[in-house]
Design a protein around this ligand. Structure first.
Ligand SMILES: NC(=O)c1ccc[n+]([C@@H]2O[C@H](COP(=O)([O-])OP(=O)(O)OC[C@H]3O[C@@H](n4cnc5c(N)ncnc54)[C@H](O)[C@@H]3O)[C@@H](O)[C@H]2O)c1
Length: 460
């Protein structure tokens, strides 16, 4: 009777989009949350969170979407339950499973009253061991039932980016299925084969291998971003250095690839930084050396303060610095671990007047930065009074700016463009001093250093 009905526990940034995407593929979806707001919104046909196309997907699929506080009703009226609740980082850098444990308790109590077999899939990011040793015992204790006989269990995280969650969920590069047993994995793979739009390969494995694969993938990507950022700094010290020339070339090598290899500012957001820290924690707990993840994290966190120090040599104290881009990436209102936010804090500590604007993240930035920044209503309001402009995200709104937008009556405005989106428009133009980050144009000092490195050879 409940065949092909899916329940989703946690209607947040990932869960709400998954619910709408799955409904769009024809499955009835019952959403569960502890937040009245999330439930009322979904039941009223409103997106509980901001996400690209989410409202359209909800509009199209209202008849297949419902939401409830009751884990019990959701489990009894569905065949499979995805759990996508927060797993915040704790003080050691590990992922806390307290919200997942609470959800699993409620699901376990519902399983006690369910006669049919049910499958539970944990989607939240957790560390190896958390599903089998932290959460499965809760299900068995609360239900009085046995995993593998009465119910199935998988760990199956998604690889999505905020701003393209629905597209990424429906079109993944691959599916990662950690299965308690073959039956659990078969059921999940069958669902995925009907939900995904691009027929992706499905990698099935033990739950612990899948838990490790999820965080190691994110950690690898951040290592790649950081490598590009180190090359960016090297390019600035080399006569004629150009980060894009270098990464465009090495990105052609199939072993490397061009994605996530653009030098600019560091990575941020709710996943990348914490997954790296968690992998370091896991390694040290298991007595494994993992200097790579630690160094990646250290380098990334050092960027804003090092930049603030560098800026000290270029501008007077008390200058007005405008930051264009406060979210951690374009098209996002999320400011968690955003480099724009960290820069604003660092520059405010260095006694500059900081003003800022972001197309979507102004409200969240105001909460995060309080008195460290004056949030402006438009790019123009920001640029009007700026001595220095920092372009911290490659947002198309910033890439479309023209020279005249920067000419505010001051003799010279310093523009630091971390993503080089205005290179053509501003390079060598009057009234601005344009610094495209990752270009080695002003290199007198370094050129001398490079020359002395080779003078012994020249003398021979
Ligand atoms: N957001 C991302 O980009 C992303 C990407 C990949 C993985 N993840 C992982 O997915 C998980 C969820 O992330 P998110 O960003 O969607 O979180 P979120 O905070 O946006 O949403 C979580 C939702 O779960 C609800 N919730 C909490 N406890 C609950 C319970 N016991 N029962 C029912 N609902 C409950 C909350 O009210 C909230 O609506 C995390 O583990 C995260 O690491 C997130």
């Amino acid at each position: 009777m409940v065949k092909n009905i899916i329940s989703i526990v946690g209607l947040g940034k990932l869960g709400a989009s998954m619910a709408a995407a799955i409904a769009d593929r024809g499955f009835p979806v019952i959403g569960v949350d502890v937040s009245k707001n999330a439930i009322d919104n979904l039941n009223a046909g409103k997106a509980p969170v901001e996400e690209t196309n989410l409202q359209e997907y909800i509009d199209k699929n209202r008849s297949r979407l419902s939401a409830t506080f009751s884990h019990h009703d959701a489990v009894l009226n569905s065949e499979i339950t995805f759990v996508i609740v927060p797993t915040p980082s704790d003080e050691k850098g590990a992922f806390s499973i307290k919200y997942a444990a609470s959800a699993f308790r409620a699901i376990g109590q519902a399983l006690k009253d369910k006669e049919e077999y049910h499958t539970i899939v944990l989607t939240s990011t957790v560390l190896p061991g958390a599903t089998r040793f932290g959460l499965l015992p809760i299900l068995e204790r609360e239900s009085g039932k046995t995993c593998g006989k009465d119910f199935g269990l998988c760990y199956s995280p998604e690889f999505i980016a905020l701003g393209s969650v629905i597209h990424d969920f429906l079109n993944p590069d691959f599916l990662l299925v950690g299965e308690y047993d073959t039956k659990s994995g078969d059921i999940l793979e069958r669902y995925y084969s009907k939900i995904m739009e691009n027929n992706p390969p499905c990698k099935r494995m033990s739950i612990e291998n899948a838990e490790l694969a999820k965080i190691s993938l994110n950690s690898y990507v951040t290592m790649k971003i950081t490598f590009a950022n180190i090359l960016t700094e090297l390019c600035e010290k080399i006569p004629g250095g150009d980060i894009d020339v270098v990464t465009d070339a090495i990105g052609l090598d199939k072993r490397i690839g061009r994605k996530y290899l653009t030098g600019g500012l560091g990575f941020g957001g709710p996943c990348f930084p914490r997954d790296n820290v968690a992998l370091s924690y896991l390694a040290s707990s298991l007595g494994v050396r993992n200097e790579i993840a630690e160094a990646t994290d250290r380098f990334n966190r050092s960027i804003p303060e090092r930049f603030a120090n560098r800026l000290k040599q270029l501008i007077r104290p008390n200058s007005t610095v405008a930051i264009l881009g406060l979210s951690y990436k374009p098209f996002s209102c999320v400011v968690e671990e955003s480099q724009g936010i960290f820069l604003a804090k660092a520059l405010s500590m260095h006694n500059h007047i900081v003003v800022g604007f972001d197309p979507l993240a102004n409200k969240m930035a105001k909460i995060a930065l309080k008195d460290d920044i004056q949030i402006k209503n438009s790019v123009k309001d920001c640029l009007d009074q700026a001595d220095v402009v920092l372009i911290t995200t490659p947002d198309p709104a910033f890439a479309a700016l023209k020279l005249k937008d920067f000419q505010n009556g001051k003799p010279e405005v310093l523009v630091v463009d971390f993503w080089r989106v205005l290179n053509k428009e501003l390079s060598g133009k009057p009234g601005v001093r344009y610094i495209p980050v990752g270009h080695g144009d002003e290199i007198t000092v370094t050129k001398n250093t490079l020359e002395t490195m080779w003078e012994d050879n020249v003398r021979l």
